[in-house]
Design a protein around this ligand. Sequence first.
Ligand code: ADP
Ligand code: MG
Length: 722
Amino acid sequence: MKYHNLIPAAERHYKVEKEKDVQVSRYYGEDIFSAKVMQDKLPKDIYKRFIETIEARRPMDLETANAVAHAIKEWAIDKGATHYCHWFQPMTGATAEKHDSFIEFTDAGDVIERFSGKQLIQGEPDASSFPSGGLRSTFEARGYTAWDPTSPAFIIRNGLGTTLCIPTIFISYTGEALDKKTPLLRSIGAIDKSAISMLRLLGNQEAQKVFATLGPEQEYFLVDQDYYFKRQDLVLSGRSLLGAAPPKGQQLEDQYFGSIKERILSFMHDVEEELYKLGIPAKTRHNEVAPSQFEIAPIFEEANLAADHNQLVMETMKRIAPLHKLRLLLHEKPFAGINGSGKHLNWSLSDDLGNNLLNPGKTPHDNIQFLVFLMATIRAVNIHADLLRASVASAGNDHRLGANEAPPAIISVFLGEQLTDILEDIEKGKITKATDAAIIDLGISKLPVLSRDSTDRNRTSPFAFTGNKFEFRAVGSSQSISLPATVLNTIVAESLDILAAKIKAKRGDVKQAALDVIKEEIKANKAILFMGDNYTKEWEKEAARRGLPNKKTSYEALKDLKSDKALKLFEKYGVLSPVELKSRYHVRLERYIKEIDIEAATLVTMVQSQILPAAAAYQKALAQSIKNTMDVIGDGKELKPQKELLKLLSSLISEAQQQVTELKTGIEKAKTIDSEERQATYLGETIKACMNTVRRTVDTLELYVDNELWPIPKYWEMLFIS
Ligand code: ADP
Ligand code: MG
């Protein structure tokens, strides 16, 4: 694989055909140190102890760790690895790796490959270069990474380098989480505990463990590498800051699910091959709504694994794109005027027997269980809509949420007609006695149909029930799914506990009590349910009447991360301490500030050093041509329109010049604002408005200036040439 990626697609195809090693099931998972590999390579007793340790979430003893480390090393070297790295997810949103070679000197001075249990379990990257959101002041600068054995180690091949990657958490010496995985793992523990208590209360003795499942549908854009390199904005900020709308955008609706072009399909093929080797179940691929926009969706997995895998999906696509002379754009809004990219996060709960707890069941018992978990989720979203909104707040996502292509910034829940009817019946007391027969009546005839129902879909809802899972549609394409998933797990854990306490307090028959509690909860949490079109102005007004939060910008939305309600919730569930949660707020706000600052400065440079010189060159040519014509035929009325054009061009150039000067002044002013919050507000309001003004003028100039002189690739080129 190392080299044949570089072979043009057609030859490549031939080669693959000849190799005949294309059956996915033959190589699926070959680059992960899976349970099966471990079983093969480890002594029986060590393997047993290893599994027990993981299941009990106990720290690994050194003997087991040493044995596992030795086995991993042998396996990795066999795969060509020379280095290992602790692979972790700092608060930047990307992943971090620090590579160390396996080599060590023996006493005799010879070089050998060695990898100890200690090196496997713990690493010490310097924490001071990662964002800590103020946590750094509370602990010494060093942090350490610790192995997360619930996500298997894997091999990454990049160019000539082959590296063993060990998924780890990243924490400070005083135990504070400096990453995204630690809180996610804690929330996975929290939802397990609360869900199991609820199941026991409802009489379910079989399930021993409950875990969240996630299926992130990843959207992305691809552009030709040559265009990409000619655009500073794409290289530096991930989105185009300039560009007039092309005559053809997505209005013909000919892109979505259309046939996939050869170069793109070859890219997808290579990506999937890499993902399959890593045991990542990439399942669906298709063209998206906008030109040059695509989607990749995996089969859902346990939350921790799914979060790691989504990071790997993004990284793999980024790594493979240049091999096809393409570049990947994960930004939420790379091109103005056409659809942006999101990441629908499908979320559900499953028990260790493989039962989906949000799947309406076949027995009355299953159905009451289903309704309780459904109600807990609805309640959680109603009480903590602000947290879900904050969990997806970013400069990039501000371009999407509320822009009528993605859900609005108002969080609401869509249930579908049948389920809404059922809940209404319960609320109205149409089902008063929870005899088994009544519940059969209530559920059995309707609920199973629901899980197959695809006609009843509302694409505009930010949080939709889709038969056997919820789909959170407000996540941005470039974001890690860890925080939204952490929030979901934690808020649902809390609601399960609250419902459980209410059910217990009612005494008597537990099913009747559960039904009574559901009835009360529907009344109390109705405001969050909305079946209509989320894109309308009416909904915005209606939502305001209902008291639902509607924070359109990140700097407003992020504040809810440090509300009393949030601090108490995350502390109570041991997911994030108040300092840890506040640090997330600071890191995200700081990132918001930096991103807009980079965009603004990039825009200034592009306009000053590329756009204005090109426009001036055309202005000069035009003036020269008018003058020359006049010399020959004299001044006359036929020159009037040309003079008008020159005037228009000249005034656009002056406007752009002046607007850029204002933007520069604004950027300087932003730097002098000493409060982070006010700085963010200033950038989000004033600077963004200035940037839009500059853009409007430049995009108009683009329509007049000689195409030959225009210094950067245009939208039509980037979007339609592939
Ligand atoms: P859409 O119509 O929105 O494109 P699909 O019904 O094809 O979606 O499924 C979308 C995603 O939902 C897939 O990635 C799938 O793995 C995921 N999914 C399905 N069931 C579950 C579940 N129980 N938990 C989490 N994700 C799930
Ligand atoms: Mg979807």
